[in-house]
Structure formats: C-alpha cells, structure tokens
Design a protein around this ligand. Structure first.
Ligand code: ATP
Ligand code: LTN
Length: 332
C-alpha cells in the first residue's frame, strides 16, 4: 500500500546532455526502484545555475532531462517527476539550512574543489553552498533512500550531518537518509582519461558517451577508448583502468559479472571486445533514443507531466517546510 512505501528522492542537474555514466550510475536505478518506493525525481535546475549558461540553454536542458527520465523508463503514473524551481520550498529550505551549516565542512567538499579549479573565473557562493541546497532537496521529502553515483556520497554525508544537527537542536524533524550507490557502475570513467569520471561537461574529445550519440559515434568513441598494451581482457582497476571501465559498462548492460566477461573474451583481442561493447551500448540505447526523440517533439505532454509533478511535490514539501519555519521561530 502506498502509505507504507519508503520514499526516494533523487535528481540530475540540468547541465547538458546526459551521459552513459549518468545512465548507469543513477538513472537505471531510478527506474528499478519505482515499484518498491514512493519516488520523487527532480530536475535540479537551481543547482545548474552555479555554472554559467544562457537562459535558452538552461530551459532546453531542463526539457531534455524530463524527456530523458521518461524515455529511460520512469513512469509518470508511478513516480513524481518535477522541476526544482517550480517548488519554491527548495530555495526556502536551502536558506534556512545555510544557517546550520559550517564554512569548514563545506570547504572540505571535493566537488567544490573540483569545480572551482575547472571554473576558476566563476567561483561563486552558490558553488560553495551547493550541498546545502541538495540537503534541502532530500530532507523536504523525508527521503529514506537517495540513489546516486559514487561522486555524490560526500554530499549525502553532509546532508545527514545537517539533518542530525537540526534534529538535536529542535527535536525530531528530518528523516536521516541513506545513500544508494550501485556496486558496479557507480563511477564510470572517461574513455580517454580513465582516471577521472565520465562527465557531461568533459571537454576532452571522445571521452564521454552521450545517451543521444548515434551508433556510428558510439562505435568510434569505443574504438578510440584508451586501453593498455597487455592485450588481455582482465579486470584490474589499478593497472588496467581503461579495459576495466569497458568491462564494467559491458557487465552492467549485459548483466554479467567480471569473471564471466573474462571467460567470454578469453584469447580474444581488444578489437573484438570493443566491437561487442559498442554493440551492447547501441542496443541498450536504441529504444531509449526512439522514445526520446518522440517526446522532445511533444512539448505539451512534457509540460503536463512536470506541471502535475511539481504540484504534487510542492504539497509534500510544504508540510515539511512549515514545520521547520515554526520550529526555528519564523512567522508564516
Ligand atoms: P557535470 O559534468 O555537469 O558535473 P555530471 O555528469 O557529473 O555533471 P550530475 O548531474 O552531477 O552529472 O549527476 C547526476 C547523477 O549521475 C548523480 O547521481 C551522479 O553521481 C551520477 N553520475 C555522474 N557521472 C557519473 C559517472 N561517471 N559514473 C556513475 N555515475 C555518475
Ligand atoms: N548534486 C547532484 C544532483 C542533485 C541531487 C539532489 C541528487 C541535486 N539535488 C538531491 C540527489 C538528491 C549531482 O548529481 N550532481
């Protein structure tokens, strides 16, 4: 029964075309979890403001993520899909939680350090307080579980710390959330630089597979992927990061363990292996891409989904926010 279900909240930033990393690390799990949990899936467009882009780009990226969610298998009848900026409670709780978060703990966040070195000309305060807004996203819905990739683990830890701090001061208010990080695929690496994660905003050519890449592009990128000179398909993250990364991608798509893959490709060369990896990705993405292109041409439908979803999300979030306002002494 619905009211017994545990709650899930997760989100993806509206910062560009989604990658195979987003798909494997996050999206695939969003889809899997929707029968068992009450799910809220958000498009984090407020978070996307931390990096400069044109208003048109941000609007378009937001629509693309909604279309991606549905095409990947999130069913709007089962899960609530909403836009962060359409639920004002996020920005409001973000401010309150800012006052319960310390500069010291924020300055330890690796994403902040990463992003500030990548965008040295725009180290804005939003980039610094980003995890606090994210904590608010999660705590507003009383989420039990938050499915994310490995890079978000630290943000979940700070969310738990902020919630716990608030609860100690004002009595039980927030549910303490657990991260859900998949065992394999939580950190898909770049194809050209297998020592750093595959990312939407990577500027290295052929490093990232986008969910909208054509079969030819996918084949070309996989063929060019960095491997090593050993010539053996063997899982060894430390010494063979490129091959191990391709094996993880293949394993997730084909639902195979690493030792099975090693057996399957025993005595075969990297060329043969790469062809199979590319084929697996292309097959996996084909139904997704068909649906995606159809949805992007049906803006009325997308609007209906996010309008209804945001209204539902707002109703739930408001209850939490009002409780917080009362507890801290704000008049509403
Ligand atoms: P950006 O490059 O703009 O920082 P991103 O590609 O890192 O974006 P996010 O919007 O920050 O994407 O992430 C959305 C979700 O996808 C998060 O749960 C994140 O952990 C997961 N994710 C992102 N990249 C990867 C990856 N390479 N492997 C596995 N999961 C990933
Ligand atoms: N910071 C996340 C996106 C995000 C998120 C959230 C994820 C914003 N709010 C709440 C889970 C829960 C990222 O993937 N970069």
């Amino acid at each position: 029964m619905n009211y017994m279900k545990k709650v899930i909240l997760s989100g993806i930033q509206a910062t560009g075309n989604l990658t195979l990393g987003n798909y494997v690390g996050a999206l695939k799990n969003f889809v899997k979890m929707q029968d068992e949990y009450e799910c809220y899936y958000m498009i984090a467009n407020l978070h996307a403001l931390t990096v400069r882009r044109t208003p048109e780009e941000l609007r378009e990226n937001t629509m693309k993520i909604i279309a991606t969610y549905i095409s990947a298998g999130i069913d709007p009848e089962k899960s609530t899909i909403f836009i962060q900026s359409m639920v004002p409670d996020h920005a409001e709780l973000g401010w309150i939680l800012d006052c319960y978060t310390y500069m010291g703990e924020l300055s330890r966040m690796t994403q902040f350090k990463d992003k500030s070195s990548k965008h040295a000309d725009n180290i804005n305060a939003g980039l610094f307080t980003y995890p606090v807004l994210m904590a608010g996203d999660i705590l507003l819905y009383g989420a039990d579980v938050v499915p994310v990739g490995e890079d978000q683990k630290q943000h979940l830890e700070i969310t738990r710390d902020i919630a716990d701090r608030f609860n100690k001061l004002y009595g039980d208010t927030f549910k303490i959330p657990e991260p859900f990080i998949p065992k394999t695929g939580a950190r898909i690496m770049g194809l050209q630089n297998p020592n750093s994660k595959m990312s939407k905003s990577s500027t290295i050519p052929n490093d990232t597979i986008f969910l909208v890449d054509t079969p030819d592009e996918i084949t070309k990128k996989i063929k060019k992927a960095i491997t090593d000179s050993e010539g053996i398909i063997r899982y060894d993250e430390e010494n063979k990061p490129g091959v191990s990364n391709l094996m993880s991608i293949y394993g997730i798509i084909k639902n195979k363990q690493m030792d099975e893959i090693e057996k399957e490709f025993e005595g075969k060369n990297y060329g043969v292996f790469k062809e199979e990896v590319a084929k697996a990705i292309i097959e996996e993405l084909e139904p997704f891409q068909n649906k995606y292109n159809e949805l992007l041409n049906n803006r009325d439908y997308l609007e209906k989904i996010y309008t209804e979803g945001s209204k539902k999300a707002h109703e739930k979030a408001r209850t939490t926010l009002e409780e917080v306002y009362k507890k801290v002494g704000l008049i509403i």
